[in-house]
Design a protein around this ligand. Structure first.
Ligand code: NAP
Length: 337
């Protein structure tokens, strides 16, 4: 039986029309413990059936492995999918705690060629700068990205974890279609400056980790219970006393979920989606999952509308969260604001 598809929205003033919810593909190869490739492939297929068209990856996810894994799916559905990938961040496989950030022209040029080769496509639909290297002027970085557009290697430009000032400076060089930053009931720092700047410039917001890396679904309550290589073990809010305090914050979301006969995760996603109306800009969250049943559940969130009273109930949560979203916040927009 075919399912109804999710609504669509334009990704920035000149960007493509995409399903109002995308799919984060990172966990299929990286960060969140072992994956089952068959199940991940079934998840991609199910997402597409549901009208999910924006697929998010990065060269850093598994040192290129995620792009390679997605390539056959993208090639089989080239005209139906919008491929988003990123450059700037590399994680040495022999030192997974280390992050190397580069925004310079020679690096970008080799990164785009490597991504095109791994994805095995002629053009990347949306190419993001993943992290900012403050040593390189943003105008220079976006200048090189704009050359990639002119050369036909990339269609649209995006930036991840930039400040409002960086977004404005970049947008003056070349239109930016989307800013991708963390945004969820637990992580709302971008609302102060980045979101108003994006609205003013006609830039879409693509919230990453909209389910608080799974914590907002209740699927784990302490990162210590996850596998030894799970990235969430490094995030202060998911371990020890912080995690216990934060788990208690889910109670109010559970109450709202009950009223909608929905799951906690659906309410968390519906809240992010509804920020489009609250802030007056296109919002396309990219929840990550490797399971077809969860992609169905997450897509259902696009049908949920929260009342003003419910939004008011959920409002205080973020201020009560214990622990930052990263152990080192220097490469986030908040760290530079
Ligand atoms: N720009 C950046 O710096 C940046 C940073 C992080 C992430 N991202 C992108 O954003 C995407 C999404 O973020 P994320 O994956 O970090 O976090 P997320 O979407 O908030 O949560 C993903 C986690 O939630 C679980 N999950 C998903 N749906 C669920 C459901 N319905 N019920 C229970 N558990 C559920 C997933 O497990 P299963 O997979 O096992 O279902 C996974 O562990 C990533 O895939 C990546 O593409 C970008």
């Amino acid at each position: 039986m075919s399912s109804p598809t999710i609504p669509t929205v334009r990704l920035g003033e000149h960007g493509p029309e995409v399903g109002v919810q995308g799919l984060g593909c990172m966990g299929m190869s990286f960060a969140y413990g072992p994956s089952d490739a068959e199940e991940s492939r079934a998840t991609l297929d199910r997402a597409l059936e549901l009208g999910v068209t924006l697929y998010d990856t990065a060269d850093a996810y598994g040192d290129g492995e995620n792009e390679r894994f997605l390539s056959p799916f993208f090639k089989a559905h080239r005209d139906e999918v919008v491929i988003a990938t990123k450059f700037a961040l590399s994680i040495p496989p022999d030192d997974p705690a280390r992050r190397i950030i580069r925004n310079d022209a020679p690096y970008i040029r080799q990164a785009v060629e490597a991504s095109l080769e791994r994805l095995d496509v002629d053009v990347i639909d949306l190419y993001y700068m993943h992290r900012r290297d403050p040593a390189v002027p943003i105008e220079d970085t976006v200048g090189v990205m704009a050359e990639l557009v002119r050369e036909g290697k990339v269609k649209q430009l995006g930036l991840s974890e930039v400040t409002a000032g960086e977004l404005r400076a970049a947008h003056a060089v070349h239109p930016i279609a989307a800013v991708q930053s963390e945004w969820s009931l637990f992580s709302r720092d971008i609302e102060a400056q980045v979101v108003p700047a994006a609205r003013e410039l006609g830039v879409a917001l693509v919230p990453y980790s909209p389910l608080g890396r799974g914590f907002l679904t209740g699927s784990f309550t302490q990162a210590e219970t996850l596998t030894a290589d799970d990235y969430r073990r490094t995030q202060p809010r998911f371990t020890g006393e912080n995690a216990a305090a934060n788990a208690a914050l889910l109670e109010v979301i559970r109450a709202v979920a009950k009223a909608h006969e929905a799951t906690v995760g659906e309410i968390a996603l519906a809240w992010v989606q509804q920020q489009a109306r609250v802030h007056g800009l296109p919002v396309v969250p990219i929840p990550g999952t490797r399971r077809p049943s969860r992609v169905e559940e997450n897509a259902r969130a696009t049908t949920i509308s929260l009342t003003e009273d419910e939004l008011a109930l959920l409002e205080p949560i973020a201020d009560k969260v214990a622990g930052d979203r990263y152990a080192d916040m220097t490469s986030t927009s908040k760290g530079r604001e």
